[in-house]
Design a protein around this ligand. Sequence first.
Ligand code: ADP
Ligand code: NI
Length: 224
Amino acid sequence: MKLSLEQMIERTVNFVQDFFKREGTGHDWWHTQRVRKLALKIAIEESVDPFIVEMAALLHDIGDYKFFGGNEQQGYKTIARFLHSLSLSPEATRKILNISTNISYMKTLSGENRSHKEKKSLEFMVVSDADRLDAMGAIGIARAFTYGGYYHRPIYDPNIPPNPDISQEEYKTTEGPSINHFYEKLLKLKDMMYTLYGRQFAQERHHFLELYLERFYDEWEGNK
Ligand code: ADP
Ligand code: NI
């Protein structure tokens, strides 16, 4: 029996919710849900295929290396197997797989993404912008400290300076304070947006990050 697009989305939602039931590092279902919503909004602005965008947004964190003990191939296989079960066209399967297994920020650090900017599909750019926006602003701050707490990192240590030129390997293994992450990733995101709409959203979220840091240091010094 051929599934309708709505039925495919519903099955994907169930699959992803089930997968994230035990996740606590900020990669929870609600992160996926926010990325899905924002990506659909940007998709309409950019006139790209909303089905491909919604499916890729729903699946974008399943392939994360962290969930498979560092094994990326395993994530790819999990998504491929799931898409196969929906009997999607080979083209749609290829597109969704390509986006959902390549948008991770970590891959950008190796240059895999950055150097091929012009070759990315519009759907890829839309989902990537939505995912990165969710690491910025008030939500991004909450996620950074949730991640830090989960891995027992200090919130801040004036004796450990951030490394804004962090490499892919260092990004994976750093044990630095959560405030350092702002300089190693969050503050860089506004210049990494692909779409006009993403850039507009990013400006305001970036400004909020800057205000937050200013206030943080003021309180740290007891000035406010
Ligand atoms: P992506 O899914 O874009 O590759 P990550 O897996 O790197 O993102 O990060 C997931 C969430 O955890 C994001 O909100 C990110 O900013 C946050 N995060 C990642 N690494 C750190 C860290 N070392 N300290 C604090 N927060 C982090
Ligand atoms: Ni994500």
